[in-house]
Design a protein around this ligand. Structure first.
Ligand code: SIN
Length: 527
């Protein structure tokens, strides 16, 4: 057992590390006793893969936080919480400046002014970026350097298996240590910042680490989650066997790259929010009976200078972006929902906090606006720490927590019985690893076929059937990542089946329109 911490942080992306740095310097606690638990090396997170950048209004010359707010609400298709969005757009610029002060280097013009890109859904150029489209890598570098300068304990290669819940309060986690033993890591407060679950799908831009671990832990502990049907599909992933799929950033379209169909025709405004672009692409691919469309970036000036990392990944795939159209298809990219929190990141389990992609703060609604995700992590992490410093003991009816605690408007609570999946501690002598790899593959393919960019009651039921049979085959000795994917798959399928409409990134062929009576989030709990 490790010593009792003030704050245990699971996850080392932008949200987790921002919280660790802020907490380790807490003037109230005179430095909290902080532990950061990371299942791989600290840098191996989805943050590192983020391309486009961070959306924030850094100069009000032409732009304004009201415009950023309006763009975020429009992208979210009626399900954003206005107060949460207001917090995001107003606190975001300060957090970006703090990150710069910490050492993150963003792209600037020759006069030293920050360069701003425009992305889908944004009415103005307001996205700061680094290394062209290597923004996440620069942010992760700066945060890892900074966290290593603090007294925070860093536990790399530790896998959080389950929440310790005693007396109705979260007291830390049970975790698998690198030596294979299961240990309790106890803390007064536990922050889940474990990122998303793109690995639910066979075609994804997410790294292999994105297996929904924090979300599954929360679900299995009976914590409320919401909006998990809203898996966002990025429209312009390179159609190529490499996995994760190389991403062709929205910023390319912001610079003038065009989407063309199989006949070479344009058919969609490339700068619409990404759910609308993905939806139009999926429809056109079905109509034309093709597996991919094209991104035409041949008209962009200085492609290699402006987007060096994208140029390198495209050239590594044997393509020349300056002379050829690039094959593209939508790929699972970002889970807009997650663990329900209030405006301070408090969940409905005292002692448990969540922020970053794993959380549902209410900011993203049914479809996240491009480049609002790193921002959300940077904004909510210090809010969590400040709430802990104030001695906050449980959630308030604010943000995504409002409908849950106030009951208005109807939150549409769905109860789901958990699959019969393995519970920790996991045995080490399970089925041969190859079997579990095959089962994970089977799950991912079924999710892509039946719960991807286009869904129906039938396709969701077929997918659930596969999930149940994969869970049965995986058995009680399933590795934790497979167990977590199964739990999150079940939650996503349950919510997607209940949402009998098409809204944001959730598209149903049997309910193609938006249904006003579903203008609220679905909250899901496991019994
Ligand atoms: C991109 O660069 O297109 C991805 C950025 C994001 O997911 O917001």
């Amino acid at each position: 057992m490790t010593p009792q911490l003030d704050l245990l942080i699971c996850g080392s992306g932008v949200a987790g590390l921002s919280a660790a740095i802020r907490a380790a310097a807490s003037p109230i606690y005179r430095g909290m006793r902080v532990g950061v638990l990371s299942k791989a090396e600290l840098v191996q997170t989805a943050t590192r893969w983020a391309q486009g950048g961070v959306a924030a209004v850094l100069s009000e010359d032409e732009d304004s936080t009201d415009l950023h707010m309006a763009d975020t609400l429009r992208a979210g298709a009626g399900l954003c919480d206005r107060d949460a969005v207001r917090v995001l757009v107003e606190e975001g610029p300060g957090r970006v400046n703090e990150l710069i002060a910490l050492g993150a280097v963003f792209d600037r013009d020759d006069g030293g002014t920050l360069l701003l890109a425009r992305e889908g859904g944004h009415s103005m150029p307001r996205v700061v970026h680094a290394g062209g489209a290597a923004t996440g890598a620069e942010i992760e570098r700066a945060l890892v350097d900074a966290v290593r300068r603090t007294a925070a304990a860093v536990l790399e290669g530790w896998f959080a298996l389950e929440l310790i819940v005693e007396g109705g309060k979260c007291r830390g986690v049970r975790a698998l240590a690198p030596d294979g033993t299961v240990n309790e890591v106890r803390a007064e407060h536990t922050l889940v910042a474990t990122g998303g679950a793109g690995q639910l799908f066979s075609v994804t831009t997410n790294p292999s680490q994105s297996t929904g671990d924090g979300l599954a832990m929360a679900l299995l502990a009976g914590v409320a989650v919401a909006d998990v049907e809203f898996m966002q599909f990025h429209p312009t992933a390179l159609h190529h066997p490499a996995m994760p799929r190389p991403l062709l950033s929205e910023a390319l379209r912001g610079h003038g790259a065009l989407i063309r169909d199989a006949a070479g025709e344009r058919f969609i405004d490339e700068l619409l929010p990404r759910d609308l672009v993905s939806r139009a692409m999926t429809a056109r691919m079905l109509e034309q009976g093709v597996e991919h469309l094209w991104l035409d970036a041949t008209g962009l000036e200085s492609f290699d200078d402006r987007f060096p990392t994208i140029a390198a990944s495209v050239r590594a795939a044997g393509l020349d972006p300056t002379t050829e159209w690039l094959p593209i298809a939508p790929a699972a990219h970002y889970l807009s929902g997650g663990i329900v929190t209030d405006l301070d990141g408090s969940t409905d389990l005292p002692g448990l906090w969540a922020c970053g992609e794993v959380a549902c703060t209410g900011v993203h609604g049914a479809n996240r606006l491009a480049s609002n995700s790193l921002l959300e992590g940077m904004v909510w992490a210090p809010r969590v720490v400040e709430a802990i410093e104030r001695g906050k003991g449980g959630p308030d009816p604010t943000g995504a927590m409002r409908p849950l605690l106030r009951g208005t408007p109807s939150p549409g609570v769905i109860w789901a019985s958990p699959l019969n999946v393995a519970r920790p501690p996991f045995g080490s002598a399970g089925q041969p690893a190859a079997d579990h790899t095959k089962l994970r593959d089977q799950l991912q393919r079924a999710m892509t076929a039946g719960a991807g960019g286009l869904r129906s009651a039938q396709s969701l039921a077929d997918t659930e059937h596969t999930v149940v049979s994969v869970a049965a085959a995986a058995g009680p000795l399933a590795p934790p990542e497979l167990r977590n994917l199964l739990v999150v798959a079940q939650a996503l399928l349950t919510a997607a089946a209940a949402r009998e409409e098409s809204r944001g990134s959730h598209v149903r062929s049997d309910f193609p329109d938006i249904e006003p009576s579903f203008s609220h989030r679905f909250v899901l709990r496991m019994r």
